[in-house]
Design a protein around this ligand. Structure first.
Ligand SMILES: NC(=O)c1ccc[n+]([C@@H]2O[C@H](COP(=O)([O-])OP(=O)(O)OC[C@H]3O[C@@H](n4cnc5c(N)ncnc54)[C@H](O)[C@@H]3O)[C@@H](O)[C@H]2O)c1
Length: 357
């Protein structure tokens, strides 16, 4: 079990550059790292008005903040040069499948060229000791139903979002082999693939749990697109702790693996159908739903991740069961509705998670 003391020992005063810091995962990561005493430099587009970023008031705790586009390499280079970070988490992306069908050009540009821009920029920065680039579980080529994908399985997405993230994976690999192989960053850049992440403060449209919370809070009817699709659901704290563990091990030079990608999926029991999630939450909070299968937006039927590598090499494992995950998310929503401080709710959930075995 990792204690807050151990985490602080490493993360205190570390200069951490986070792209996508205004998003759902980025805001949680900022709050955790701020709690641990890191110096955070953020680079993202402006947050939505009612975002977790704004609600948590984390902006005032950042060492430096840039509301800029990852497609703008000049601004990105300038921000990185000034920041002199030791660790980078790259989360900035257009992360939604349906949005990617509507805006393929923007999705490919941000998710692929944005990643090129980051890798190109870090060539010139000597302070960097660890880089974690976030992709997704959707990068795997779907071949047989019910297999659990591990890091050796073939890549291949079909919708624009998944494909853009496959592109990001290949770009990272190319940069490592072409430019970083003979530098001290050789084993210090990697990609991280997590599952369908759930947690308090995600207000994105067309994601199942945020849509359910919206239906509960605003007494609206939920529309489900794909009731029988299976996903590896997990609480946001689990993959974030994985990304941090990976960043720390790379920083300390403990990784010597040229297959520089890592799965951070949930426990097998969390591979559940969309409808199971809907029915579980329905038992706790009332809401109505309709099923409306989309002919236009095709999504992967079954997605299961195998995270044995992260377990063995990093000593990481997901702590929260699907029930814990959903309960924590509903608890977060209820506490926020009662007017509790969003920052405190997140920090309390982070500390409680650390205490779990
Ligand atoms: N949430 C999930 O279930 C999930 C699952 C697997 C992978 N991911 C990946 O995790 C990362 C974070 O996802 P999230 O759920 O926090 O998404 P989010 O939409 O909440 O946040 C996205 C972040 O990227 C930034 N961004 C988008 N376009 C940008 C641009 N052109 N320039 C600069 N910044 C830009 C946004 O400002 C925001 O800070 C993404 O890379 C996503 O693909 C998410």
């Amino acid at each position: 079990m990792e204690s807050i003391r151990d985490l602080k020992k490493f993360w205190k005063k570390k200069r951490v550059f986070i792209t996508g810091h205004t998003g759902f995962k980025g805001s949680w990561l900022c709050m955790i790292l701020n709690h641990l005493g890191s110096k955070i430099i953020g680079y993202s587009l402006r947050p939505e008005k009612n975002s977790l970023f704004n609600k948590s008031k984390i902006l005032k705790n950042l060492s430096s903040n840039h509301f800029s586009d990852i497609n703008n390499i000049i601004k990105l280079k300038k921000a990185l040069k000034k920041a002199k970070p030791e660790i980078i988490f790259h989360l900035a992306a257009q992360p939604l499948v349906i949005e990617s069908y509507k805006k393929p050009l923007e999705t490919f540009s941000t998710n692929m060229i944005g990643t090129v821009n980051l890798l190109e920029s870090i060539k010139e920065i000597k302070s960097i000791k660890s880089v974690v680039i976030i992709t997704t579980d959707k990068v795997y080529k779907i071949n047989k139903k019910n297999i659990e994908y591990n890091e050796l399985n073939q890549l291949g997405g079909f919708d624009p979002y998944s494909t853009s993230k496959v592109g990001a994976e290949i770009i990272v690999n190319s940069y490592i082999k072409s430019f970083f192989n003979k530098t001290n960053l050789k084993y210090k850049i990697s990609t991280a693939r997590a599952g369908n992440v759930i947690g308090g403060g995600d207000f994105s449209k067309n994601r199942l749990v945020p849509d359910i919370i919206n239906a509960i809070n605003n007494n609206k009817k939920l529309i489900i697109r794909n009731p029988n699709q299976i996903r590896p659901w997990q609480h946001v704290l689990d993959p974030l702790m994985g990304y941090m563990r990976l960043a720390e091990k790379q920083y300390k030079g403990k990784i010597k693996d040229s297959n520089n990608c890592w799965n951070f999926g949930p426990d097998k029991k969390s591979f559940k159908k969309v409808i199971d999630i809907v029915n579980y939450i329905k038992k706790i909070n009332k809401f109505n739903y309709n099923v409306k299968v989309s002919k236009y937006y095709k999504e992967t039927e079954v997605l299961k991740l195998n995270s044995t590598k992260a377990k063995k090499v990093l000593g990481w494992s997901s702590k929260l069961s699907i029930r814990d995950t959903l309960n924590k998310t509903i608890e977060w929503n209820n506490l926020e509705k009662k007017g509790n401080s969003v920052r405190k709710i997140c920090e309390d959930q982070f500390i409680a998670n650390l205490k779990m075995k």
